[in-house]
Structures are given as C-alpha cells and as structure tokens.
Design a protein around this ligand. Structure first.
Ligand code: ZN
Length: 417
C-alpha cells in the first residue's frame, strides 16, 4: 500500500496539515529554518553507512551530521535513510489519454499538462528527487514550475527535443552542430541522441562522423549527451566520446570494456519498461508502434535485457547508472527497476549507488546531489526495511525530503529522545 503523504505542511518542522485551511503553504523553505532528522541507519549514497546520528538541514542544504544536535523534528529511527534517488531516464510527459490509451509524450492539451504534473508528483512520492526527462518540449514548463516551487515534483532536467538519427538525412556535421545549439537555446539541460533503430532491429542511424559532431558540439556547449544505442551504435557512441549510453542490447563484452576505458556511463534497462508495456498491453495496443507483433518481440526482449544486465554487472569498473525509461504506466513505480537489477546480479549497495552518487556524477552534479554530507542538497528519503537485505524495501518509502522540504512523512511524530 502506498504511504499516505503529509503534504508540504510546513517548511521543515512537523506540523499536522490543517485540512480545509484557506492558506496553503508554498514550498519555499523559510530562510533560517533548521530541521533535524534523527536516524539509526544512514546510507550516504557512496557506500558508507552511518549509525545513530542526526542530519541537520538548513534552507535547501545539509549543513551538519552530528549525533548531539537537537531538538529533533523528524524521528526516522528504525528506517533506512538514504539520499533521494535519481532516475536518469524518464519520459515524464508520457501518459495515457482520456480514452485510456497510450497518448505519447508530446501532447499540449490542458489534460495532458495535468497528467504530466501528476506523473511528477507520483515520481516524487516514490522517492525520486531528481529525474532526467529525455525528452519533449512539453517538459520545459513542468521543469520550470517545479524549480520555482509552483508544483511538487522531482528536480527535472530535460533534453527538450532529441536528435533523431536518419542516416544522411540527419544532416551534415555542421547542421548537426547547429541542431545541438538550437536545443541549448531552447533550454535543454542535455542532448538526447537516437543513434540506432529500435530494440529489435535497425542499423546505425548516425555515422561515426555525425556522432562525433553531435557529442563534440554538446561538450563545447557545456552539455552532456545521452545516446539511445543498440548493437553497433553502442561502440560508435562510446568512441565518439558521448557521455552516456542508453539501452545497449547487442553490446559485446568488448563494447562494455571500451565504455570502462572511455569512462562512459551505461544505463541498460532491466524489466520495468517491458513489464509496463506488457502489463498495460490493452492501452498500448493499436497506438503508434504497438501492434501484436510488437508484443511478441517485447516478450522475447525481456530475457535479453536480463542477460545484458547479468553481463554488465560483472564488468569491473563499468559505471552503470540507474535509469528506467519510465513511460505511461511506470511513473511512480520507478523503484521496481531496482528489484529487477538486483535479481539479475547487481549488489543492492551498487543498485543504491547507481541511483545516488553515481547518477549524480553522471548528471555532472556529483558535488550537489546523491550524497548525504554537509554541503549537499537536502534530498533525503527513508525506507521501511533494509534494502541491502531485502531489495523490496524500495517499495516502502516512508519519508521524502527534497531541497530541505518534507513531502512525505508517514506519521512518526517526534518524541523525546
Ligand atoms: Zn526513453
């Protein structure tokens, strides 16, 4: 069962929500407000566990970890406390339409806007305090509304409109550079590149020269590149110096080792995405790209994804990042992907690191997010249970703080310690 959230009751100190009250609180932490969290187990997001101490946040940041500080505002003892998770690959605006059918991610209707806001809220409730949406122009107003504190949701980064590889028709290297520049002007936080056909078939859709142009120009513009790549495109995108490879079915052992050599981040999905398509088959069937044949392929692709994950986790030094490719039906269930990954051989501690400090590093925000330590953003969650012993604890999110603001607290009132 989902926890009952206590929504934005105050800027840090526990005060019960006054239902029906006229003045709703805005998610702006009061300037001097200090919040103290008591915890018995804190995973720092990098691999270290701290016991029986307290986290102090002020405004949007963690300012101290000190067992002696008080008074305690939130008692998280008995829970596993860790940094808010990062999902490096979602499609936050991808929803079902009023007819219940898959409606994609590019709608601009009022109803679609509400659904996007709902997807963001569900994702935050599930413990994800930062997500990277890759991407749709519809992401932009949602990103800005969340950043300005007008809507609750995870911190949102967007690729706006991805570069769709269409072989020579994609354009010359100079035209590709101009495309990257236009995305930056449109407000992109990163560049998404489609370098190959889909999951089942299709060759490279961009030449090495075109990939070089895209990833090099992004670097010049100070932006990262996420590359949708299967088969040969995996190696090409790695050679082109792109930041992160998505999906990766068909990657050989040598391709994975090349990623280690080049320091490329790798985000292979394992379970949640296909499980979502299969679970909501009636809603996807008959919409663009989804026919009966697609579902036959998806059933077959499920073990292929597991096999890739099982191989990938054995490659020493491979920087696997947590990304779900969340589509309609998956928002708020992002953490299911952890369970699939651990079932396929990823150590639970590595699964957490991949969505904490390593994901933050992959976003170029390793000094701000993904770690519980002074100076970092106060993005803190707590789980009922121990995910290192039972990974299904990731389903039981009992506390969510983002940027120093508490969005979920299951009702443990502070008691004298
Ligand atoms: Zn995707």
């Amino acid at each position: 069962m989902r926890v009952v959230p206590i929504i934005l009751c105050t800027a840090g100190v526990f005060v019960p929500c006054a239902v029906g009250q006229q003045e709703l609180p805005w998610p702006t932490p009061s300037k001097s407000k200090r919040t103290v969290l008591a915890a018995s187990v804190i995973f720092d997001g990098k691999g270290r566990v701290m016991h029986n101490t307290r986290i102090v946040t002020e405004n949007s940041k963690i300012v101290a970890i000190d067992p002696k500080v008080g008074p305690v505002d939130y008692d998280l003892r008995g829970l596993t406390v860790l940094p808010g998770w990062i999902d490096a690959h979602v499609h936050i605006t991808w929803s079902f339409g009023v007819d219940g059918k898959n409606a994609g991610m590019n709608r601009t209707t009022q109803e679609a806007a509400y659904q996007s806001a709902s997807n963001a809220w569900l994702t935050l409730l599930a413990g994800f305090t930062t997500v990277q949406s890759v991407g749709s122009p519809a992401d932009l107003p949602l990103r800005d509304a969340i950043a300005q504190g007008r809507l609750p949701g995870p911190r949102l980064l967007t690729a706006v409109q991805g570069l769709q590889g269409r072989s020579e028709q994609t354009g010359t290297p100079d035209e590709i550079r101009a495309y990257v520049q236009r995305q930056k002007q449109a407000g992109a936080d990163l560049i998404k590149i489609f370098a190959s056909g889909g999951m089942f078939e299709g060759e490279m859709a961009l030449s090495l020269e075109q990939l070089n142009a895209a990833c090099d120009e992004a670097k010049r513009q100070g932006l990262r590149t996420l590359v949708h790549a299967y088969r040969d495109a995996v190696r090409a995108a790695t050679l082109a110096g792109c930041t992160q490879i998505e999906h990766g079915l068909g990657a050989s052992g040598d391709d994975l080792k090349l990623m280690v050599e080049k320091g490329t981040y790798f985000d292979p999905q394992d379970g949640l995405l296909i499980d979502t398509f299969l679970r909501f088959k009636d809603r996807y069937l008959g919409t663009p790209l989804f026919n009966e044949q697609t579902f036959v392929g998806l059933e077959k692709a499920l073990p292929a994804h597991s096999e890739l994950m099982r191989r990938a986790v054995k490659i020493a030094g491979l920087k696997i990042v947590f990304g779900t490719d969340a589509v309609a039906g998956a928002h708020g269930r992002n953490a299911e992907e952890f369970i699939h990954r651990v079932q396929d051989g990823m150590a639970p501690v590595d699964a957490m690191v991949s969505a904490n400090s390593r994901a933050a590093e992959a976003l170029g925000m390793g000094e701000q997010l993904g770690t519980i330590a002074p100076g970092f953003q106060a993005d803190i969650i707590a789980l009922e249970g121990d995910p290192f012993k039972d990974i299904t604890a990731v389903r039981r999110v009992a506390f969510v703080m983002k940027g120093g603001l508490v969005y979920v607290y299951t009702g443990r009132r502070p008691k004298p310690l």
